[in-house]
Design a protein around this ligand. Structure first.
Ligand code: SF4
Length: 65
């Protein structure tokens, strides 16, 4: 499973990395560092990734099979 974050949708609300601190982190402006990128999600971080997707008010992150 992969996690992607749409660059243009991400507004830096910070909810995704708050609910998935072992998977995501943030830059100096408060944007998730994988903004505009796609990463592999380790199996033990799948639930955190799902929570990150659900937490974002901009629907920026998405899981990809
Ligand atoms: S992906 Fe969503 S919750 Fe995460 S920093 Fe961007 S806007 Fe905020």
């Amino acid at each position: 499973m992969k996690l992607t974050v749409d660059f243009d949708r991400c507004m830096g609300h910070g909810r995704c990395y708050a609910v998935a601190p072992d998977l995501l982190t943030y830059d100096e402006e408060g944007f998730v560092t994988i903004r505009g990128q796609t990463i592999d999600v380790p199996d033990d971080q799948l639930e955190a990734a799902r929570e990150a997707v659900e937490s974002c008010p901009e629907q920026a992150p998405a899981l990809i099979e």
